[in-house]
Each structure stands twice: as structure tokens, then as C-alpha cells.
Design a protein around this ligand. Structure first.
Ligand code: ATP
Length: 362
């Protein structure tokens, strides 16, 4: 089911100040996809999620789930949480330690007062789906963190909701388990015809899990796109910076060509992939470290966008050296092959292909 959020505002009042947690959010969350709300702490992700669920009451706007208006300030509609047909998985596992796995998962169905055999059938089916078949009688506390998270997922899925919402569900797991659970979750969700809304401030999680990402800043969605679009082709400096390590250089436009844009920075001119900006715009050139290529100085004339500098730092992190080159008084981050002969202090020449010179709004 599609979720439509129109003009949603939520203000908190704290110590005499107004905090604009949601500042007029307009957003369509597509049906049956994994949609992630990504942004730094305090940008309003949880407030938006809780407003969809009905655990938070916005001040203005309208929220629709499928064809149903579940909240509207103008029409004075406020459908209670339990009637919105949603499943939820939160940061704390929220499983009940005094119950076994079966009863944890069965709880929503028991609340709906379904017949006992129907509950048994649906719980078994769901436990099978999350690969916890045969765990029904196990006390919920005698499970690993990852298994507990799957119990929480099973409980959210057992009533067969059309929409499932996640608020940082993996943040209590260690790094390795988080990565495994993320993969599992993606494959579980892809198998179901379900709309998933996922909140995280972890960019890798957002990239790995989502069909679409909505990046939030200060109570607003500022950009929406699939993970590759958000990473390689973002439109705002904030997004480019938040989603991954990048070199950000202030530039001014020198020339708009047919299929390129030429810009000037403090360390030289760059030919960039074409992007139109209004005359006089103050913009930023974003270059990902992985696209800065070390080249043979003798070949300098054969390459585009070359820079000459000195290798400043080289930190070996396993797959690569995370390095910095000093060009003028600007440090440029670059990834260097682990078998490279280059050392700190060497003079180096790098080149960046125009297609990897991304111009973004500040
Ligand atoms: P995090 O990633 O840290 O959970 P978030 O993006 O989910 O952050 P929210 O929890 O939605 O952000 O908070 C948005 C803003 O509203 C923040 O400035 C926060 O301090 C404020 N806020 C949230 N809840 C309340 C509250 N009950 N009273 C006052 N201010 C609040």
C-alpha cells in the first residue's frame, strides 16, 4: 500500500523554544518497496514514523495509508494505531522476556481474539518464514540477539499487515550480526508483498537495504532516490556528504558546454558531468575518493582533470590505503591500492574523470 504524507508539521515546545520536528513534510512512500528515512540525529525521522503509526499527533497535514486517511488536521480524522493495519519493529527488541517464543509472536492474534487453531497455524507459518521453526516453546530470553530480532519481526508480520515500520531495529546488534540480519531482512521483505518504512541514521544500512531512500534534514525530506542515485548522483551537498566520504570543493561555473559544465576551484579548473545551475550559483564539486586515480606523471597530458600534489597520509585499512594528497593547501582524499609503491611525501599526479565530478547545490 502506498503511503501519502501531505504538509505534515509537528512542533514541540521545550524550555520556551519551538522545535520544528516536522516542517511541512510532503512524501509518497511507494507500495511494496523498502523505503528508508535516512538522516542525522534529531532530523525528525522517528517523529515522522511515529506519526504514520499514530503514536504521535502532528499539528497539521494529512496522512493516507492506501485509500484511507488515517490522520487529517482539516478533516479531524485520527484513526487509532491498532486500526491502521501496521506492523512495527523497534530498536529495543520489545519482546516479552516472561513469555516463550510462541506467545510472543501470537500476542497480536490473541488480541484480535482469533480462534486458537487459526493462531497456531499462523504463528507456525510465520516462525517458519523467519527461520525459527521449532523454537516456539523456547523462553524468549534464551535466544541470541539476532534470533530475538527475528521474533520481533515475526510478531510484526503475524497479523499480515500491508505496511511494516522499523525504527533502527538493528542498532543493538554487533557489527557482524547487524550485517547478516540486514541481508536476511532484505530477503524476507522482498519475498512479501509489503510496504516497509525503515528509519536509520546508518548510511551503509540504508544503501544495503533500501529500494528507495528519503534523506531528511531539519524536519524536511530534501532528496529521494534509489541507493545508487543518492550515492553517485546526489543533488545536494548535504546528501553527498552524509551518504559517504567525499571531497567537497567550493567552485564557480566558468562555462556551460553542450554535455559538460566547466568550473573553477581554488586548486584548478574541472570539467564536470553536465548539471545546470542558475547563473551566479555558489555550488560545490563533490569527488568520491574512489574516483581519484593516481596516474603516471608522464601521461598527464592524456588525462582529464589532473592535479599535482604530495602524498600526505596513507592509512592501511585492509582493502585499500585511505590516503590524502596535499594539492596547494587543499587535502584531497583518495583510495590507493594496497600494492602501490607510492609513499608518504612522494609527489603524485591524480586525475578524475569528468563523469565522476559531481556538481551539487550547497
Ligand atoms: P534520532 O536519530 O536521534 O532518533 P530523529 O531523526 O529520529 O533522531 P526525532 O526523534 O524525530 O529525530 O526528533 C526530532 C526533533 O524533535 C529533535 O530536535 C528532538 O530533540 C525533538 N523532539 C522529539 N521528541 C520530543 C519531545 N517529546 N519533546 C521535545 N522535543 C522533542
Amino acid at each position: 500500500m502506498e503511503i501519502q504524507i501531505s504538509g505534515v508539521k509537528k512542533y514541540y515546545h521545550s524550555e520556551g523554544k519551538i522545535i520544528k520536528a516536522l516542517d511541512g513534510v510532503n512524501l509518497t512512500i511507494p507500495a511494496n518497496k523498502i523505503f528508508t528515512l535516512l538522516g542525522p540525529s534529531g532530523c525528525g525521522k522517528t517523529t515522522l514514523l511515529r506519526s504514520i503509526v499514530g503514536l504521535e499527533t502532528p499539528d497539521e497535514g494529512e496522512i493516507r495509508i492506501g485509500d484511507t486517511i488515517v490522520w487529517s488536521s482539516e478533516k479531524r480524522i485520527d484513526v487509532p494505531t491498532e486500526k491502521r493495519g501496521l506492523g512495527m519493529v523497534f530498536q529495543t527488541y520489545a519482546i516479552w522476556p516472561h513469555m516463550d517464543v510462541f506467545n510472543n509472536v501470537a500476542y497480536p492474534l490473541q488480541n484480535m481474539k482469533l480462534p486458537k487453531d487459526e493462531i497456531e497455524r499462523r504463528v507456525e507459518k510465520t516462525l517458519q518464514f523467519v527461520q525459527l521453526e521449532g523454537f516456539g516453546s523456547r523462553p524468549a530470553t534464551r535466544l541470541s540477539g539476532g534470533q530475538q530480532q527475528r521474533v520481533a519481526l515475526a510478531r510484526a508480520l503475524v497479523a499480515e499487515p500491508k505496511v511494516i515500520l522499523f525504527d533502527e531495529p538493528l542498532s543493538n546488534l554487533d557489527a557482524k550480526l547487524r550485517e547478516e540480519t540486514r541481508k536476511e531482512l532484505r530477503s524476507f521483505l522482498s519475498e512479501l508483498q509489503i510496504t516497509a518504512v525503515y528509519v536509520t541514521h546508518d548510511r551503509i544500512e540504508a544503501l544495503a537495504l533500501s529500494d528507495q531512500i528519503g534523506v531528511m534534514r531539519a524536519g524536511n525530506i530534501i532528496e529521494i532516490g534509489d541507493p545508487k542515485k543518492i550515492y553517485f548522483d546526489s543533488e545536494h551537498q548535504f546528501v553527498a556528504d552524509f551518504i559517504g566520504r567525499s571531497n567537497l570543493l567550493p567552485v564557480t561555473i566558468q562555462e556551460q558546454g553542450k554535455d559538460f559544465t566547466k568550473v573553477v576551484s581554488a586548486i584548478g579548473t574541472f570539467t564536470c558531468s553536465k548539471r545546470e545551475f542558475p547563473a551566479g550559483s555558489e555550488i560545490t564539486l563533490c569527488i568520491r575518493p574512489e574516483f581519484v586515480d593516481l596516474i603516471d606523471p608522464a601521461d598527464k597530458g592524456k588525462h582529464q582533470n589532473t592535479l599535482t600534489g604530495r602524498m600526505h597520509t596513507m592509512v592501511f585499512v585492509g582493502e585499500v590505503y585511505e590516503s590524502e594528497i596535499m594539492v596547494g593547501d587543499q587535502l584531497i582524499m583518495v583510495k590507493v591500492d594496497p600494492d602501490s609503491k607510492v609513499k608518504e611525501g612522494d609527489e603524485v599526479v591524480v586525475s578524475i574523470a569528468a563523469e565522476h565530478c559531481l556538481l551539487v547545490a550547497r
